[in-house]
Design a protein around this ligand. Structure first.
Ligand code: HEC
Ligand code: HEC
Length: 413
């Protein structure tokens, strides 16, 4: 009733008054646009392309097959990805924390000559790995090992990082590249100072931690949160998996070849347990930590003996750990050649050839890859058809959304 009254009165206003009103309004709007931004927060963040409300990093709905283990009982050691979550209780992922982590991950000022960032060797479109056999550090020096993909780093049960597991946690790991002489060439004090000098820091630290105190511990926490948020679960594999009850069922969206590859990947009836005995759960990560708390890194028979790279032994000095390396996640594997800790294989075909006929009899070779009657390493001897099927299957783990999602991309304008 009152609305009707208002519009009736409005209708009676002389039209020139309405026109004047519109003009005044337009001028006012124009002036508003011309006024310089007075909000200090906006100025501080002007070099960054960040959304007003942070992206969602913390409240990720993982698919059912990451939450529930649907392997049949004979797969004794299989588990659901969430069982291997290494998020520590004192550093849960928050949207503001991961946002800060994202900025620091792409910040080139954080290297001795301001030329490279974490993202220089961990590129989103390459599954956060690098296509170089060895990556180039800030002065063009080469890293000792091949870079690693970061998808699903959250699901590594021991929570240890690097090919040789030398970092005890992700929070510990993320500060090490800064201090590496080849990679970024800084001291921890440098890192804290440089971060303090950045215009965005005060705002982003306050958003993330409640006040703008900048410490190495907070830098580590934010970077770790960003990396843990990098969960990949929207590949062709996941789409197919959501339509069936068990990972062993044929997926309706797979070609016959891809389904054959999946069957071989999960097979337990070949000459030895197959790929899924080491690349486990449907996040395709490493096994769960055994009761005795040793290492879950293992030896897949790349070499008959360890020479220049002793793997996990280098950090534990346990003899049985020579030649053992972290089992990396196979998510997005097709987009991130070359492969293995030294980048020795340039294609998935070469990787499959290795498992087919190339496994070497290293003293720490995973025992089930050694035939216990002949003592010779296992030869899967895949047929050419089986090899192509395995490669086709590995390609179904590519997650285009993950590789292009803005929330993981470079925020610098
Ligand atoms: C110059 C290249 C380079 C830069 C810069 C770099 N990394 Fe790496 N990153 C590597 C290499 C090479 C490895 C494997 C090294 C090894 O295992 O000995 C690695 C391994 C890792 C891992 C271990 C993954 C796993 O599954 O164990 C994480 C996490 C990581 N980097 C994060 C970062 C972060 C965070 C930064 C920035 C603070 C960074 N990296 C900067 C090359 C680089
Ligand atoms: C004994 C455990 C084991 C088995 C069985 C196994 N893998 Fe692996 N896999 C590993 C380990 C450990 C690595 C890393 C080795 C290294 O770099 O030293 C690896 C690396 C890989 C890589 C390269 C990953 C990267 O980021 O560079 C691919 C691809 C791969 N495996 C696929 C397969 C397939 C396919 C099968 C089955 C035919 C299989 N694996 C069987 C343990 C295993």
């Amino acid at each position: 009733m009152s609305d009707m009254l208002k519009s009736a009165r409005f209708g009676q206003l002389p039209s020139f008054l309405i026109l004047l009103g519109v003009l005044l309004f337009a001028v006012a709007c124009n002036e508003d646009e011309g006024t310089p931004q007075t909000n200090p927060t906006d100025n501080a963040l002007s070099g960054l392309d960040l959304p007003e409300t942070p992206y969602n990093y913390s409240d990720i709905t993982l698919p059912h097959h990451f939450r529930v283990n649907a392997f049949p009982a004979r797969y004794r050691f299989q588990f659901a990805a969430v069982e291997s979550d290494n998020t520590p209780s004192d550093n849960p992922t928050t949207d503001a924390g991961a946002t800060l982590g994202r900025v620091l991950f792409y910040e080139k000022m954080l290297s001795a000559n301001s030329t490279i960032a974490c993202a220089s060797c961990h590129k989103q479109e390459l599954g956060f790995s690098d296509n170089e056999v060895l990556s180039l550090g800030f002065e063009g020096g080469k890293t000792r090992r091949h870079s690693m993909g970061l998808a699903n780093a959250r699901f590594y049960d021991t929570g240890k990082f690097f090919w040789d597991e030398r970092a005890g946690s992700l929070e510990e790991q993320v500060l090490m590249p800064f201090q590496d002489e080849v990679e970024m060439g800084l001291t921890l004090d440098d890192v804290v100072r440089i971060v303090s000098e950045q215009p965005y820091s005060s705002t982003l630290f306050t958003n993330a931690f409640g006040d703008d105190m900048i410490t190495a511990d907070r830098i580590a926490k934010a970077l770790a949160q960003f990396i843990r948020s990098m969960v990949s679960f929207q590949a062709k594999y996941d789409l197919g998996r959501s339509q069936v009850a068990s990972p062993l069922d044929d997926f309706p969206n797979f070609t016959e070849e891809e389904n054959l590859g999946k069957e071989l990947f999960y097979a337990t009836n070949l000459v030895a347990p197959s790929c899924a005995s080491c690349h486990m759960s449907e996040a395709f990560v490493a096994p769960l930590l055994a009761e005795n708390g040793s290492t879950i890194a293992t030896n897949n028979g790349l070499d008959a003996q360890s020479t220049d790279d002793q793997g996990v032994y280098e950090s534990t000095l346990v003899n049985g750990h020579r030649g053992k390396f972290k089992v990396p996640s196979l998510r997005n594997i097709a987009v991130r050649p070359p492969y293995m800790h030294d980048g020795r294989f340039s294609s998935l075909e070469e990787v499959i050839d290795h498992y087919s006929t190339g496994i070497q009899n290293h003293p720490t070779l995973q025992p089930f890859l050694r035939d216990n009657t002949t003592n010779e390493p296992v030869r899967f001897n895949f047929t050419p058809e089986q090899k192509s099927a395995l490669v086709a299957f590995l390609k179904t783990l590519t997650d285009e959304d993950f590789l292009t999602e803005t929330k993981f991309s470079d925020p610098f304008r």
